[in-house]
Design a protein around this ligand. Structure first.
Ligand code: NOJ
Length: 581
């Protein structure tokens, strides 16, 4: 659908600058409770698919450099880059073979330095991905470690000698047989890998490993980066006696894998060594199994990390009816627990999930833009730090792959092979991955309507979504009603209203099966957010005084149906409205 030219969008944008309720600075928030990483909007770049500068079909650092002005135009405060270190790319960079050099396909260290400088010059911080639950099996440490039982690097990884019998079963998320112990005939022993066989788990119980990691972190911190996102770190510490786990534990593996042993001790050590002295931010992927786990990671007095992202809610597809109720409950539970201490990231999408609008909204032409904007509204108005995935600001959709040959993700391909082996229904399986595979979110960024969406001049490493001719940044740039400009307005709104950052969150009309409604408030400043998650008109009872409500933003090109003051508001399909009360 051609984006509607939104007069209202322009009005709303003007409104953003004029509304006296805007930009209420915070006498209410003490300086000690403030932090840049709480107030920031963090934009995630998947470098492999963002922009190719040298015509090899793979995105790279110079590609990102060429789009710095675009990043600045978004109004975001920080960029989180997926791993850019040297890697054989068994898992697209999450298998690092040298933590101090740049992946060949992505460029050079000089490119990195220029990128960092360019971001900082535009007031944008940089957060690096730190992948140290495991390394690549091609890392020097592992090459040494596997070479003999008495090699000094042997204890950098977890080994189980074959003469001790078969090791107690451990589930691997990515191994084709899901067995996390891989037999290595060279030394007649098994090594542990929670992810792929090419991602052996590092032994965090070994102080030498920890020292190596802190040195690596300092190497990047010395360059001036602003934070680390700790990949899968909740699994890093292990009970190295490897007790038997109950049968079927893998259905609930986080309970058995997360927060084991001295994980918190290691994080405090990391904080003392790196985070505190350098004043940089740490965010964990995964927040354990319980709210207590999550608090133990991020509560300020513990001096471990600044925030974590919990997975709760993001696996609820097409949330309407009972699924919307579950989604609201999940977010409500997190918010109530983190209202007075700790801090969480807020996100609905990343490179490990299918595209936001296809998964949680509606990517049919009539609703794609509306539902995409509605979901973006949720990310930008909840309490916590928004992490926003590149391409979602354009309303990019699932890839539309039609054959297994178009997929690139190893776990997706392995799952297909497993299905094939067991004689399963491959047509049905293909449908499942067409909807769910993380490759859906990894197709090239759609810059413009030229060949390969302006991403590359070559054949891209993964196929471009054919809808790029209609959905692309160039087409949206000057359209005030586009997803892109709506995103920019939302970022601005959040930054000008600290009630959206620090304000208390209260769920409204809890049992409404179509509408997600909540208020945010600090003292006398209150905002009301109404989100219709369904493709039908819906009604909502906010249960607050709305007589003086002032509309700040809507995703529709015309004014809402209901008037302020009404007890019940009517919302159009996928409508999102933000009011100042
Ligand atoms: C989480 C990352 O986000 C994912 O992409 C990766 O495959 C695993 N960790 C293993 O590193």
């Amino acid at each position: 659908m051609r984006p509607l030219l939104s007069v209202f969008g322009i009005l709303a944008a003007c409104c953003l600058q004029r509304d006296p309720a805007q930009g209420q600075a915070g006498p209410h928030i003490p300086d000690s409770a403030r932090a840049w990483w709480k107030e920031a909007v963090i934009y995630q770049i998947y470098p492999r698919s963002f922009k190719d500068s040298d015509g090899d079909g793979i995105g790279d650092l110079r590609g990102i450099i060429s789009r710095l002005d675009y990043l600045q135009s978004l109004g975001i405060d920080a960029v989180w880059l997926n791993p850019i270190y040297a890697s054989p790319n068994d898992d697209n960079g999450y298998d690092v073979s040298d933590y101090r050099s740049i992946m060949k396909e992505f460029g050079t260290m000089a490119d990195f330095d220029e990128l960092l400088k360019g971001l900082h010059a535009r007031g944008i911080r940089l957060i690096m991905d730190l992948v140290v639950n495991h390394s690549s099996d091609e890392h020097q440490w592992f090459k040494q470690s596997r070479s003999s039982r008495n090699n000094p690097y042997r204890d950098y990884y977890h080994w189980w000698n074959a003469e001790d019998g078969k090791p107690p079963y451990r589930y691997s998320l990515f191994d084709i047989n899901h067995d996390a112990w891989m037999y290595d005939s060279l030394t007649d022993a098994y090594y542990l890998h929670y992810f792929s066989r090419k991602q052996p788990d590092l032994n965090w119980e070994n102080p030498k490993v920890r020292r190596e990691v802190y040195d690596i972190m300092k190497f990047w911190a010395d360059k001036g980066i602003d934070g680390f996102r700790l990949d899968a770190f909740q699994f890093a510490a292990k009970d190295t006696t490897f007790p038997e786990f109950p049968k079927g534990f893998e259905k609930d593996f986080t309970r058995y894998y997360a927060m084991q042993g001295n994980l918190h001790g290691y994080l405090r050590e990391m904080n003392r060594e790196v985070f505190s002295p350098y004043g940089i931010m740490g965010v964990a992927e995964g927040a354990g199994d319980t709210l207590e786990d999550a608090h133990n990671l991020v509560d300020a007095h513990r001096k471990e990390l600044n925030m974590a992202y919990a997975f709760d809610g993001t696996n609820i597809f097409k949330p309407v009816g009972p699924r919307l109720l579950r989604l609201k409950e999940a977010f409500d539970r997190l918010d109530s627990s983190f209202g007075s201490s700790g801090w969480l990231a807020v996100y609905l999408a990343n490179h490990d999930m299918s595209r936001l609008v296809s998964r949680m909204g509606n990517d049919r032409p009539a609703y794609r833009e509306l539902s995409s904007k509605m979901l973006t509204t949720l990310v930008m108005t909840r309490r916590g730090t928004p992490f926003y995935y590149n391409g979602d600001e354009l309303g990019m959709t699932n890839a539309g792959f039609t054959s297994i040959g178009e997929f690139r993700d190893v776990p997706t391909l392995d799952a297909y092979r497993r299905e094939q082996k067991k004689g399963g229904d491959l047509r049905k399986f293909l449908q499942k991955i067409q909807f769910e595979s993380r490759d859906n979110a990894r197709t090239p960024f759609q810059w413009d309507g030229t060949a390969q969406a302006g991403f590359t001049t070559a054949i891209p490493w993964i196929r471009v979504n054919p809808n790029y001719t209609a959905i692309n940044a160039a087409a949206q740039q000057n359209d005030p009603g586009s997803c892109l400009n709506y995103f920019r307005q939302l970022v601005k709104l959040r930054k000008q209203n600290e009630v959206l950052v620090y304000g208390n969150y209260t769920l409204r009309d809890r049992s409404n099966p179509r509408v997600y409604a909540f208020t945010r408030e600090i003292k006398d400043h209150r905002m009301l957010v109404l989100l219709n998650f369904s493709a039908a008109a819906a009604r909502v009872r906010p249960g607050v005084q709305t007589g003086r409500a002032k509309l700040l933003l809507t995703n529709y090109p015309s004014a809402p149906v209901s008037r302020p003051g009404e007890k019940e508001f009517s919302l159009r399909p996928y409508e999102a409205c933000i009011y100042s009360l």
